[in-house]
Ligand binder design. Structure first.
Ligand code: ADP
Ligand code: MG
Length: 319
């Protein structure tokens, strides 16, 4: 069972950033409005994530670490229409099989918090407000082969920050703070989407970009499309979301690129943040363990929607 968990963990947990992504998912699912990420050694030595969400009731704390234990889905039918970030009940179990982990949590009904040490199962009183803290230490300490594959601390840190950035772009209503080795790395205050885009992607991006707003049938596309600037753009600054979830999807990227080529005849990497909203039944989010890939029932329709949406935005800038 330990081995099975570790194999499953390999699919979910590749590097510290994967842990950050899953834990921030959970904090958002818990309704947090403030999420703090504290890292040591690029997240390899420690990832501490604190949220002010609903907390975990004391009798559910041990359950949260069990594989396939999730409080977010009641039947297989729910899989079709999951709107929460998590839904497989795998993340905490996976992380606790490849790292030292402790959960501290307090609900509005608790007089104080409780801390659960994943390895010993020991439950002790703890001090914190309503919400949850998840502490992950020494990632891959028990799977040295995997630990060897990690990159430098700086690279792992950059991936961790990127994981938070992806969430932050989708949730401007939530405040995010990232610390590394006791130093403040990023701080994004709660606000509206334009403010968040400015804070995360920069003043220049907001100035040199156009709002995207388009609907075809069941597909709605919003966000901002930047005017490519060779000096600033990088290959990894294309942010695509489907129903609030960050995705890496060739179809969406291709649709956007086609629009850039049609309107600007440009081949440089553009910066954009595109939010696709689609009826949940028309997209399968359950095709990849890390939930980063999706499958659309009608890919052509979505591709067209993105292409038209970005074209319309860019055409305005050219006029
Ligand atoms: P999933 O998110 O797919 O349900 P996880 O392994 O990520 O599975 O989490 C297991 C369970 O632990 C969740 O269903 C939730 O009940 C609880 N949980 C985890 N993190 C938090 C958090 N930050 N706040 C409140 N509950 C949490
Ligand atoms: Mg989860």
């Amino acid at each position: 069972d330990e081995l099975i968990s570790q194999i499953a963990a390999g699919e979910v947990v590749e590097r510290p950033a994967s842990v950050v992504r899953e834990l921030v998912d959970n904090a958002l699912d818990a309704g947090a409005t403030q999420i703090t990420v504290k890292l040591l050694a690029g997240g390899i030595r420690q990832i501490l994530i604190e949220d002010d969400g609903c907390g975990i009731p004391i009798d559910e704390l041990p359950l949260a670490l069990k594989r396939h234990a999730t409080s977010k889905i009641r039947s297989l039918n729910d899989l079709e229409s999951v709107l929460t970030m998590g839904f497989r009940g795998e993340a905490l179990a996976a992380v606790s099989s490849v790292a030292e982990m402790a959960l501290s949590s307090r609900t509005a009904n608790d007089a104080h918090a409780h801390r659960l040490d994943a390895r010993s199962g020991e439950l002790t009183p703890a001090a914190r407000g309503v919400g949850t803290s998840v502490e992950v230490r020494e990632l891959f300490f028990n799977t040295p082969a995997r630990r060897k594959f990690l990159k430098s601390e700086n690279t792992e840190l950059a991936h961790c920050v990127d994981a938070v950035r992806r969430h932050a772009l989708a949730r401007p209503d939530v405040a995010f703070t990232v610390w590394h080795e006791g130093k403040l790395v990023e701080q994004w205050r709660a606000g509206d989407q334009e403010q968040r885009l400015r804070d995360v992607l920069g003043e220049a991006f907001v100035r040199d970009s156009r709002p995207v707003e388009w609907q075809i049938g069941p597909v709605r596309v919003t966000g901002r499309a930047g005017i490519p600037d060779a000096a600033r753009s990088r290959a990894d600054q294309q942010y695509c979301y489907v129903n609030g979830r960050f995705v890496r999807d060739k179809l969406l990227v291709h649709g956007a690129r086609a629009a850039y080529e049609d309107v600007l005849h440009g081949h440089r990497q553009p910066v954009y943040a595109l939010f696709v909203e689609i009826t949940p039944e028309l997209v399968d989010v359950n095709v990849h363990p890390t939930k980063i890939e999706v499958r659309f029932r009608d890919g052509r329709e979505v591709h067209q929607a993105v292409r038209k949406a970005v074209e319309a935005a860019l055409a305005v800038s050219r006029a």
